[in-house]
Design a protein around this ligand. Structure first.
Ligand code: IPD
Ligand code: CA
Length: 243
């Protein structure tokens, strides 16, 4: 496998994500064409599809041998397989429900994984102009300013994110509600912003202390994973630990 130039990958991704941000920033103010996917609250708009197309086309032009996992491509039937090959994992709009309602916590999330490890992560909220970036081993940044997680170890002092997700399967809903009910008396505060990638970016920023999610997809977390790690935090996949 050819050596991957992390800086070049980052530069190309950053430029494309900024361009995609302009599309999202304009589209969020307008009426959207909305379709549903796995449930009545799992949404996709023409902007999700347009942004994913734009990112994959720009990245594959720059890196013809790289692979892609994109939320909307997978929804359209593409395989979701992570190999050792350089793979861009893309959520064109994370927080689509927010985007549909013009609620400004929505973002573009792009992660590059190589040999099943995160190398580059970009999470961009173009409405609030927040560009979160990370390259493995070089730290995490918000608009160029270095980030570090809060380091809070006392749950009673922690602001914790979680949320319902896009499944309305009664068993899953009950599990999430039970988790929240059990946690609520133990935490300092509880918040839910409607975007897994934004949650992870805000943990990296130390605007919150922790985030836990149930049923997130790889495109929701591929970039946020690196932001949290590079900001000195930890990310745990309970399925891996359970296995
Ligand atoms: C969703 C958001 C949400 C999380 C869901 C995701 P989408 O992504 O990240 O916060 O709870 O699990 O599916 O559908 O807005 O890209
Ligand atoms: Ca999405």
């Amino acid at each position: 496998m050819a050596e991957v130039d992390a800086q070049k990958c980052f530069d190309v991704a950053l430029d494309l994500v900024k361009q995609a941000g302009k599309v999202v920033r304009e589209a969020i103010k307008k009426k959207k064409n909305i379709e549903t996917k796995s449930s009545a609250v799992d949404l996709v708009t023409e902007s999700d599809k347009a942004v994913e197309k734009m990112l994959i086309s720009g990245l594959s032009e720059a890196f013809p041998d790289h692979k892609f996992i994109g939320e909307e491509s997978v929804s359209a039937g593409e395989k979701c397989v992570l190999t050792d090959e350089p793979t861009w994992i893309i959520d064109p709009i994370d927080g689509t429900m927010n985007f549909v309602h013009s609620f400004p916590y929505t973002c573009i999330s792009v992660g590059l994984w190589v040999k099943k490890e995160a190398l580059v992560g970009v999470v961009y909220n173009p409405v609030l102009e927040q560009m979160f970036t990370a390259i493995k081993g070089q730290g995490a940044f918000l608009n160029g300013e270095k980030l570090s997680v809060s380091g809070e170890k006392d749950l009673g002092q922690a602001l914790v994110f979680s949320e319902m997700g896009t499944s309305r399967d009664q068993e899953k809903v009950n599990t999430v509600l039970t988790n929240i009910t059990n946690l609520m008396p133990k935490v300092h505060g509880f918040r839910s912003m409607g975007s897994a990638a934004m949650h992870m970016a805000y943990v990296a920023l130390s605007a919150a202390d922790a985030y836990f999610g149930f049923g997130a997809h790889c495109w929701d977390t591929a970039a946020g994973f690196l932001l949290v790690k590079e900001a000195g935090g930890i990310v745990i996949d309970t399925e891996v630990f359970a296995g």
